[in-house]
Design a protein around this ligand. Structure first.
Ligand SMILES: [Fe+2]
Length: 243
């Protein structure tokens, strides 16, 4: 499995706070069957975490990679960001201040939980016009999606990919998010399932439970598709296929 959404970089956001916590998150991931993780710190969040491209930020990823080699944990760490979308996102992408998933044409993007559908679509269209394929982080958590599931259809038709959170499968983000995630999986609309892990203690990097859950409730092939095949293709900057 590959996990394309994880707050494993330490001391940059509300995820891992120390190098030791990051190592524990890596250990948990590897033991649960994950081969590679994309480090996606919150970025461009208004009045909060900025984490624009910087040599310091990349240095932290390098430091974690080196520590994993020292401790014999054969887990790959890729660079990325969870980019909070605002009106300035397109300009920041053009200025190369943002980091896409493993520097591919796939940026991982999030929105405010109460953003309006119309505004979201406007920003997504602008990002797509630059040649990117946005991967929408946890669409099941947004109010505009919970209010009207057609929004999922519209986002999908625009060419974006949908990344569901592991926790949403188990109701960690409330009943509405759980129901929406389960509908997306039942309709085979989710393209990727990722941990969105923030620590080794809760919202963890353990992914075997997600694999088992999707196998039992949907199918083994679909579990492989959203946890392994698609995230692997995204990391290689390849086109994903529709399930
Ligand atoms: Fe996240």
């Amino acid at each position: 499995m590959y996990d394309i959404h994880c707050h494993i970089t330490y001391d940059v956001d509300d995820g891992s706070q120390t190098l030791d916590e990051s190592v524990k998150m890596a250990e948990i991931a590897y033991e649960s069957g994950v081969k590679g993780i994309v480090a996606t710190p919150h970025s461009n969040v208004p009045r909060s975490f900025k984490n624009y491209w910087s040599s310091e930020l990349l240095g932290k990823v390098r430091e974690l990679r080196e520590e994993l080699v020292r401790r014999n944990i054969p887990l790959k760490i890729f660079c990325g960001q969870e980019i909070f979308c605002t009106r300035n996102t397109v300009e920041l992408l053009k200025a190369e201040k943002l980091i896409t998933i493993n520097n591919t044409r796939y940026p991982l993007v999030e929105f405010g939980f109460y953003d309006q559908s119309h505004d979201v679509m406007e920003i997504l269209k602008e990002i797509i016009s630059l040649g990117y394929t946005p991967v929408i982080a946890h669409p099941e958590r947004y109010a505009f999606v919970n209010e009207n599931f057609d929004a999922i259809e519209r986002i999908k038709l625009s060419g974006c990919l949908l990344q569901v959170n592991k926790g949403s499968l188990f109701g960690s983000f409330g009943e509405e998010a759980r129901e929406c995630a389960s509908r997306m999986l039942a309709m085979r609309m989710a393209d990727v399932v990722a941990s969105d892990a923030h620590s080794p203690y809760m919202r963890t990097t353990e992914m075997n439970s997600a694999h088992e859950y999707i196998c039992e409730n949907y199918s083994y092939d679909y579990a492989k598709y959203v946890l392994n095949v698609n995230p692997g293709l995204i990391l290689q900057n390849s086109k994903i296929y529709r399930f």
